[in-house]
Ligand binder design. Structure first.
Ligand code: OMP
Length: 273
């Protein structure tokens, strides 16, 4: 199934724009799981069990699995097996390299792990992105305007009369022949998010920065959705999975996910009916 079709289906079915980030820091896993065979995997399984009814996507930040050593790759595989097939899965590795190297990154993410989507760094240009958009069923979320303070170092620089990030948005649009490109735009820049949405009315936007990074929820939903109140994937990682550092982590993660999903939906109903 085409990526966009799968995204719209699950956003409607679960009535959710929420993407939970499985940024599973092994040092934050609660004591009750520490003696299990693979604490990182057990943690993910529990989080998925209690939240999969309220999300449209899970995003695995690959750094947390790669830093776990050889075990980490197995954890990625097994975590993906626990995610219901209709939910979008995103490999967040922010890959970007010359063509033949990018091919290898795309191969492990899409052919081996079978993620639906990947985050991609566009700094090296079209040939570095192409391997990620070969298959119409896979999506490349291209970094347009990131949520972190360092986004001001390069992304706002004026080039030919407009900020660099707008050039990224325009290039991504020109590469989007198979309609399988999305953009990453941080919730910490709500006004720019509005501008980006106006430039790409039909592209999915992956929007991190709500919760710990203090992005503005109201403006994010209002400015990040398409005209039907869809196509924004609002990512929250630590604010959900580590809502509690204790043995009640799963129950607290569920509560937090439901609260955020409701918050998003109230704003959606207000603005998009
Ligand atoms: P929390 O701040 O804990 O919700 O985590 C945010 C997640 O989104 C992390 O996995 C980040 O790597 C990721 N992220 C950003 O925070 N900012 C960005 O601009 C882009 C991403 C991303 O591509 O997902």
């Amino acid at each position: 199934m085409r990526f966009l079709e799968k995204l719209k289906l699950i956003q409607n079915e679960n009535n959710s724009l929420l993407c939970i980030g499985l940024d599973t820091d092994v040092l934050k896993i609660p004591p009750s799981l520490q003696n299990s065979n693979n604490p990182q995997l057990e943690f993910n399984k529990r989080i998925i069990e209690v939240t999969s009814d309220f999300v449209c996507a899970y995003k695995l930040n690959l750094a947390f699995y790669e830093s776990a050593g050889e075990r980490g790759y197995e954890t990625i595989h097994k975590t993906l097996e626990c995610i219901p097939k209709e939910i979008i899965t995103i490999a967040d590795g922010k890959r970007g390299d010359i063509g033949n190297t990018a091919e290898q990154y795309a191969k492990i993410i899409f052919d081996d792990w079978k993620f639906d989507a990947a985050t991609v760094n566009p700094y090296m240009g079209k040939d570095s992105v192409e391997p990620f958009i070969k298959n119409k069923n896979n999506c490349a979320f291209i970094l347009a305007l990131t949520s972190n303070p360092g986004s001001h170092d390069f992304q706002y620089l004026e080039v030919s009369g407009r900020p660099l990030y707008e050039h990224v948005v325009a290039k991504a649009t020109s590469w989007n022949v198979k309609k399988n490109i999305g953009l990453v735009a941080g919730a910490t820049h709500p006004e720019e998010l509005k501008r980006i949405r106006a430039m790409v009315p039909e592209m999915p936007l992956l929007i991190p920065g709500i919760g710990t990074q203090k992005g503005d929820m109201e403006a994010t939903v209002r400015n990040g959705c398409d005209k039907n109140g869809l196509l924004a994937l609002i990512n929250v990682s630590r604010g959900i999975i580590f809502a509690s550092g204790g043995n009640d982590f799963a129950a607290r993660a569920r509560e937090s996910a439901i609260k955020i999903q409701n918050e998003i939906n109230v704003i959606r109903n207000n603005y998009f009916g």
